[in-house]
Design a protein. Sequence first.
Length: 291
Amino acid sequence: MQKVKKAIIPAAGLGTRFLPITKALPKPMLPVLDKPNIQYICEELSSVGVEEIIIVVSPGSDVIEKHFGPAEDLEKRLLSDGKTKLYEIERETQKFNVRFAVQKEANGLAGAILCAEEYVKDEPFALLLGDELMYAGEGDTPCIKRLVDIFEQTGKSVIATMEVFGDDVSKYGNFGIKSEKDGVFEINQLLEKPSVNEALSNYALIGRYVLCGEVMAKLKTLKPRNNEIYLTDVLDELAAKGELLAALFDGVRYDVGDKAGYIKANVAYALRSKEIGEDIKEYIKELARQL
Ligand code: UTP
């Protein structure tokens, strides 16, 4: 069975929902507690045998490259000041095998994926959207590991899914279910952000994928609609052939590309922190008394 050795993290969007901070800072660099989201994503990938992470960046944005690169002066200073713990924290950022591809124009997700083609070629790849954060607690399987395991067992492309309620179904990709076993669904149809009445199920597709090698080749042949090419068009074909799965996952997903989701993630990570958790808990209790 084919192994998943490559991962793509698209990080070249305009991030308009977070202007003005995203004018100079790509959205995946926004911190949750003390780390940019893109580092949590690389850590999620450490749970699988991915050998190379391709980060798609916008032209001239070198801050992501800097984050994962060396910082000799800072390291020397931390060591001479005896701050070994902080030195180790800084060194952690350099342990990922990252490469960078530039998306000249923010023409959508499919365009971003195509920018990584020279590295991925016709191999299967993991795709992790830069503005979603997946938290896995003690004993949980990280979301991307769950998907890679399913792909390597079945050879079928697979997308993470979660149950949603009420109007929330209209915010996400949605799918029709052909069959289900152990939280893995066989998809027979896809819908992009359906109305509550149109929805085929209560399940939302989220930003973690493992896709077969054929996807890249198919994307290259797609004709633009409204000046954009859409990943959904390729996924539709896979679903029609019975070759697309969706899988439930352990843990919690945060939409850190959205202001409310971003704040929720920060509160949750702060509460889990050994360093400031107690302090923040007391603060939240105090605030709650005033609500
Ligand atoms: P989003 O559509 O959520 O991000 O893309 P956005 O377009 O940057 O944000 P808003 O809606 O204007 O606030 C999901 C992921 O895909 C990347 C984004 O950086 C984000 O991590 N993306 C999106 C690209 O890399 N290139 C694109 O052209 C579009």
